[in-house]
Design a protein around this ligand. Structure first.
Ligand code: AP5
Length: 210
């Protein structure tokens, strides 16, 4: 199954992608993670993306479309994939259609803006492997230490409240119109994000009929 996860920054796309992956055994493709990895290894693309990302703006369409084209051509995408964070603009969605990629379902996770700011300030990520935690909702076994690789847990630069507000503005202006785009294609399902991660997962899996 080819799935797109839509939703505001911090709506829980990455968290739900992990869960869907456990059920369907298909890879998650997160443009955010790919860009952060490029940044960490100091590639030209990573350096180009840094200023946009740090300011809470979108990286230019041609850069992310190029990333997705390359990634979807890899063998592990043959039996399906979950797109987390792509597309984020109408031109990105049109590029995906133009590539001939068939999308089966688009799940939009809806969370009110006021809850998003609170959630993001509690998120911590492993600086080594990128695993994501929350100070309240998804605590690591040991404070400040990643359960998976013992790396240090840090706050993402773009999770500071001011940047989160910019990201939300960009989301409403550029990404939210995608709901209408996929509604017209008959592929959109809306899931209300719940307070408990597992409750959201149950609703997502119901929409995917797995
Ligand atoms: P990206 O990394 O994709 O960030 P995002 O979409 O803003 O999404 P997040 O990863 O912040 O949130 P999420 O929805 O995955 O939430 P999560 O599950 O972590 O992109 C970063 C930047 O890269 C962009 O700003 C842009 O610059 C660039 N970029 C990436 N893709 C691009 C594209 N296609 N085009 C252009 N630029 C692009 O959850 C958040 C927190 O809440 C976690 O701590 C989690 O534990 C917690 N949580 C999750 N679910 C619940 C729940 N139900 N209850 C309570 N807490 C919960």
């Amino acid at each position: 199954m080819n799935i797109i996860l839509l939703g505001a920054p911090g709506a829980g796309k990455g968290t739900q992608a992990e869960k869907i992956c456990e059920y369907l055994n298909i890879p998650t493709i997160s443009t955010g993670n790919i860009i952060r990895a490029a940044l960490k290894s100091g590639t030209e693309m990573g350096l180009k993306a840094k200023s946009f990302m740090d300011a809470g703006k979108l990286v230019p369409d041609d850069v992310v479309i190029g990333i997705i084209k390359e990634r979807l051509a890899e063998n592990d995408c043959q039996n399906g994939f979950i797109l987390d964070g792509f597309p984020r603009t109408i031109p990105q969605a049109e590029a995906l259609d133009a590539m001939g990629v068939q999308i089966d379902k688009v799940i939009d996770i809806e969370v009110p803006d006021e809850n998003i700011v609170a959630r993001m300030s509690g998120r911590r990520v492993c600086e080594k492997c990128g695993a994501s935690y929350h100070l309240e909702y998804k605590k690591p076994s040991k404070d400040g230490v990643c359960d998976l690789c013992t790396g240090a847990l840090v706050q993402r630069k773009d999770d500071h409240p001011d940047t989160v507000l910019s990201r939300l503005k960009v989301y409403h202006e550029e990404t939210e119109p995608l709901k209408d785009y996929y509604q017209k294609q008959g592929k959109l399902a809306i899931v209300e994000g719940q307070e408990e991660i597992a409750d959201t997962t149950a609703l997502v899996l119901k929409e995917l009929e797995v």
